[in-house]
Design a protein around this ligand. Structure first.
Ligand code: HAS
Ligand code: CU
Length: 555
């Protein structure tokens, strides 16, 4: 039944490579520009205020923080993910996109959206942080631009769904190739997840910023936002998981330990990513405690597929390490190809994610959340997750992807290995200090360098935030430089250009049960869970909508 990989090998065409390349280019520019503001925050914590030298171009700490969050957490991720999903769909299914025009329209919509958002962000009229909670009010262009970015990603998603459907029709009874299936599933989850912000922006924020209504309901807006906001973090994470499951084992010289477990993990994400948003609203008044408990319980459920991932990916890596001659309890770890920057990036990302995951469990525990909520612990947590598990993995992916699509050699691979370690060390220092400060009660989103209440015991940790932030900045610059030099280098001999790594499964994927390769039951399950866990609360909040909070400008 299985198709011989050799017989149907599909190489990306030049046009496909260029199209993916455009996504990655925008992503890397966003990461670069967004990261320029990171050290400003980090240095501010030790009282070294660089913002004063940047005025009037940059108006405040909050404008810098907004640019940092929007460009790094929202733009870098989304463009990279959609570009990467083009690759996993085409390469995984071994066929071109069925409606390439649709994907082109999607990409351009995202780009127009990005520019529309960037103008007010840079002008200082959208200083609302990346969560854009009302009553903080931004220019309408900010909300419109974000909407276009999301709509563009939907349109590209339709391109992937149609391509997948075409493949399904032509290959009845065959298990869909893992990387293609997983990318398509992530885009499907994204379509459901983004209904929350779509409702928030279209029914409240956009009419409000256009002056059609005078005020908003911050509680309902937060509920809509977190309907999207939590699954958003898995939209970021799952492409890294695609690489950890479906590519990294090949790069390490091994195989995927279990195709079935990998698929099960992805389906569990589809099932429980959305109905957990109240774990961001544990302290919000207006949501009954019982609902918060339900979301806390479901959050423990969504912890599970990550535990499955830790098990399956580490088992795949152990298989690779032992095949390479590694022995003993940890000898196989040393035997992994740490000199390959793409591998070292992803291994280091995985190691820090273990700590990010443990922190996540702390956050999710309803009563303990009150200790860390709105403290620097939370940015400490998400710098281990989105800024390391995800970002460092994407960096690792780009170490083979950019050479592959440009036909160039990676510029100075040994520097790239150093780059991944610099990130790792910088992040350990930065995020540990942020976590500790949070436990000591330091508020997040606050220019602590100016705060009059900072006790002496914080000062060492504040300094460590600045040192860690400075090191991370060096790591970003090294990455961008390596990408730039790679992309502008000479064309390489085709033999020296890396292939797209695709891991074989230890067992024939055809042995994976059919229910693990079928969208319908899981989609139905996801919708039912959402209706049960969100329906009553949403209806109640919508029925009692209080449009009584007028907008306030940036501080
Ligand atoms: Fe979170 C807040 C709970 C995961 C991102 N989270 C945030 C915010 C962001 C974020 C951005 O319950 C701040 C939002 C804001 O601005 O207010 N989070 C969790 C839980 C998980 C979790 C339970 N978060 C993530 C991921 C993110 C992310 C992933 C981004 C990508 N988070 C919360 C909660 C809050 C929160 C509350 C609200 C806090 C508050 O009060 O405001 C779980 O999904 C984590 C599961 C992870 C694991 C780890 C498994 C380990 C693996 C590594 C394997 C190792 C390998 C390497 C492969 C169980 C898979 C091997 C290497 C060798 C060398 C062998
Ligand atoms: Cu969450």
């Amino acid at each position: 039944m299985t198709i011989s990989a050799e017989k149907t090998k599909y190489e990306l065409t030049g046009q496909e490579k260029r199209f993916i390349g455009w996504h990655i280019l925008v992503a890397v520019i966003a990461l670069f520009v967004g990261s320029l503001f990171g050290p400003l925050q980090a240095f501010e914590f030790s009282g070294w205020d660089l913002y004063q030298y940047l005025a009037p171009a940059l108006k405040s700490y909050y404008q810098g923080l907004t640019l940092h969050g929007v460009l790094n957490a929202l733009v870098w991720t989304t463009f990279f993910i959609v570009g990467f999903t083009n690759l996993t769909t085409i390469k995984g299914l071994r066929r071109p996109l069925s409606h390439p025009m649709l994907n082109k329209i999607g990409f351009w919509t995202m780009l127009v959206g990005l520019v529309t958002t960037a103008v007010p962000l840079l002008a200082g009229t959208a200083t609302v942080l990346y969560t854009f909670y009302p009553p903080l009010e931004a220019s309408w262009a900010f909300y419109l631009g974000l909407t276009l970015v999301v709509v563009g990603s939907w349109i590209e998603g339709y391109g992937f769904f149609l391509t997948y459907r075409g493949w399904r029709k032509d290959n009845p009874g065959i298990r869909s190739p893992f990387i293609a299936f997983a990318g398509v599933m992530n885009m499907a989850m994204w379509q459901i997840a983004t209904l929350g912000v779509a409702a928030e922006i279209l029914s409240m924020l956009l009419p409000w910023s256009l002056g059609m209504i005078d005020a908003t309901d911050p509680e309902l807006a937060r509920t809509y936002f977190w309907f999207t906001g939590h699954p958003l973090v898995y939209f970021w994470l799952l492409p890294a998981y695609i690489s950890w499951y479906g590519m990294l084992p090949k790069q390490a010289g091994g195989k995927l330990f279990s195709d079935s477990l990998a698929r099960l993990a992805f389906w569990l994400f589809l099932l429980v990513s959305v109905p957990v948003g109240f774990h961001h609203q544990f302290v919000d008044p207006g949501i009954a405690t019982g609902w918060k408990w339900i979301h806390a319980g479901l959050t423990y459920a969504v912890f599970f597929p990550s535990m499955l991932t830790a098990f399956t990916v580490i088992a795949s890596l152990e298989y690779a390490g032992r095949k390479r001659g590694g022995t003993g309890l940890i000898g196989w770890i040393r035997a992994l190809p740490w000199k390959d920057p793409s591998v070292s990036a992803q291994l280091l990302a995985g190691i820090l994610f273990m700590f990010g995951g443990i922190g996540g469990l702390v956050n999710a525990s309803y009563n303990i959340n009150t200790v860390i909520h709105n403290t620097t612990w939370v940015p400490g947590h998400f710098h281990l997750t989105v800024a390391t598990a995800v970002t460092l993995s994407f960096i690792g992916i780009s170490y083979w992807l950019v050479p592959h699509i440009t036909g160039k050699k990676l510029y100075k691979p040994s520097w790239a290995v150093v780059q991944t370690w610099v990130w790792f060390v910088g992040m350990i220092i930065f995020s540990n200090a942020m976590h500790v400060l949070g436990l000591l009660g330091a508020p997040r989103r606050t220019p602590l360098g100016e705060a009059p209440y900072v006790p002496e015991e914080w000062s060492g940790h504040l300094l460590r935030v600045s040192i860690g932030g400075g090191i991370l900045f060096v790591a970003v610059i090294m990455y961008v430089w390596i990408m730039l030099r790679t992309a502008t280098g000479k064309k390489a001999d085709p033999e020296d250009v890396p292939e797209i790594p695709i891991a074989e499964s230890l067992r024939d994927p055809q042995l994976t049960p059919e229910w693990l390769d079928s969208f319908k039951p899981w989609l139905i399950g996801a919708v039912i869970l959402i209706v049960v866990a969100y329906g009553p609360q949403l209806l109640e909040q919508i029925a009692n909508i209080q449009l009584n909070a007028p907008g306030i400008g940036p501080p």
